[in-house]
Design a protein around this ligand. Structure first.
Ligand code: PEP
Length: 253
């Protein structure tokens, strides 16, 4: 039996302005977060990390955290345009998403690269949110398990027993931003596969690893997804851009 504290993480993707971020974040922070028993994070575009960090700090909420959406696999130096783990730490990030399907798809990130990023994040004291998930075609070909296990195996292989320090996000690619959602049963069955894989690598400690579901989670489907035994939170794209929707999902956790 496991019961890690749930995590609801928003992924703002490439959206926002100084003004709209401030309105959105203030509305989230003024919501009922004090009463919330889960952790909340917002993963924002890098240029706005400092802005959101200041807003979170001034709200003085221990449950609200800052996250980034990606990080360089390199430590520092001549990598124009890249942002390092130490820079993310420097501006107050706690979490960093690695291996989001949009990075795997549009930036050709391999399982190996994602694993290196996760390792770098951990070594710098950041918590990587490692995304795994199958495409529609992989699901239809019966390759869902093979795909997510392969993606997670690369990370387990590189970071070994430190795997208990990561967050995993199961995000079926066909459900991201499409309005299609995995049913609670479909999601739970993949989460159970991932939990078993984590258990094989980390033993009983795997029970405390948070496995988030992501893919069109919204106020209407959040409760049924979040009540599954191996779903320990959500990674929320579109719905994290509307304070009322994001707060409803937090309330459902
Ligand atoms: C995401 O991008 O991680 C995501 C889950 O997006 P959406 O909620 O919009 O499907």
């Amino acid at each position: 039996m496991h019961s890690p504290k749930k995590l609801i993480a928003g992924n703002w993707k490439m959206n926002g302005t100084l003004e709209s971020n401030s309105t959105l974040m203030r509305a989230v922070l003024e919501g009922d977060l004090r009463a919330s028993i889960c952790d909340v994070a917002v993963c924002v575009p890098s240029v706005y990390l400092s802005q959101i960090h200041s807003l979170i700090q001034s709200a003085n909420l221990t449950t609200a955290h800052l996250g980034a959406q990606d990080v360089s696999a390199h430590e520092k130096g001549a990598y124009t345009g890249e942002i390092s783990v130490s820079m993310l730490k420097d501006v107050g990030a706690t979490y960093v998403i690695v291996g989001h399907s949009e990075r795997r798809q549009f930036h050709h990130e391999s399982d190996q690269l994602v694993a290196i990023k996760a390792e770098r994040a951990l070594k710098a004291g950041l918590i990587p949110i490692v995304c795994v998930g199958e495409t529609q075609q992989e699901r239809e070909s019966g390759l869902t398990e093979v795909t997510v296990k392969r993606q997670l195996a690369a990370v387990i292989h590189l970071i070994g027993h430190c795997i208990t320090e990561i967050v995993v996000a199961y995000e079926p690619v066909w459900a991201i931003g499409t309005g299609l959602t995995a049913t609670p049963e479909q999601a739970q069955s993949v989460h159970a596969v991932l939990r078993a894989q984590l258990k094989a690598a980390a033993g009983e400690g795997a029970a405390n690893i948070r496995i988030l579901y992501g893919g069109s989670m919204n106020p209407s489907n959040a409760k049924s997804l979040l009540s599954q035994s191996d779903i320990d939170g959500g990674l929320i794209g579109g719905a994290s851009l509307k304070a009322t929707d994001f707060l409803s999902i937090i309330a459902a956790a």
